[in-house]
Unconditional design. Sequence first.
Length: 281
Amino acid sequence: MTVTITDIQKKKTSGEKITMLTAYDYSMARLIDQARVDMVLVGDSLGMVALGYSSTVPVTMEEMLHHCRAVSRGVRHSFLVGDMPYLSYQVSEEEAVRNAGLFIKTAGCHGVKLEGGSESVPAIEKITRAGIPVMGHIGLTPQTATALGGYSVQGKDVESGRKLVEDAQAVSDAGVFAIVLECIPSPLAALITETVPIPTVGIGAGNHCDGQVLVTNDLLGLYDKFTPGFVKKYADLAPVIRKALSEYVREVEDGGFPDDEHSFRGSDAVMAEIISGMKNG
Ligand code: KIV
């Protein structure tokens, strides 16, 4: 049975932690789903992790939908959230609903996520009114990191801290089913978690949130360009993969691969007949 937003809400009520991870392709989606993670996010971190952009800003709707389709084929258990890319929900509420709808109608997602506090309320209201579950995202919002002064911890002074509490309340009132809290001090995340009736899912926001999300490639040690300080690496796969790939190259070059075990022999009699037939014209 697929996890529902009711199951997610129940976890907040019962105090059970909510788990969420990102996925960008079918194979990883299957593994994450098999680990019975509550929610899978096709994040626009796709842009940096899988597409090699220097930020999430260039990611397009087309790219998001393409990867959501691949991930949705691998997910059976988890609630699948598609991340709305930059400028897919800010221009007009009509466009926001149309784009959110594409994640649901054409890409197998169960809900969408969008960034922003009070400024995103009209889009959230319109999308939720169309019957699409929306997840909020406040704190460090990578799509507008430049305007925030870079990729830094948010809400560290009284004014910006209070603004984050107000933003959490505003998106909650607008109808989001959960909120991602990214890179904010742990006591502030605890306060927001106590204040809003919906689940909070933290990333770099301490242990008092109702759940946690990480970029899967970070926790597996696959993305070795940069690892944020809040990431715990549960595996260090980049060196393991590099070693395996170098071994493959060496074995192909020295003729060690493929050996008999990894080759098809066929029937000796049939092969002999083909070979002698060819030789005799
Ligand atoms: O794009 C993403 O992966 C995200 C998570 C980090 C929450 O928004």
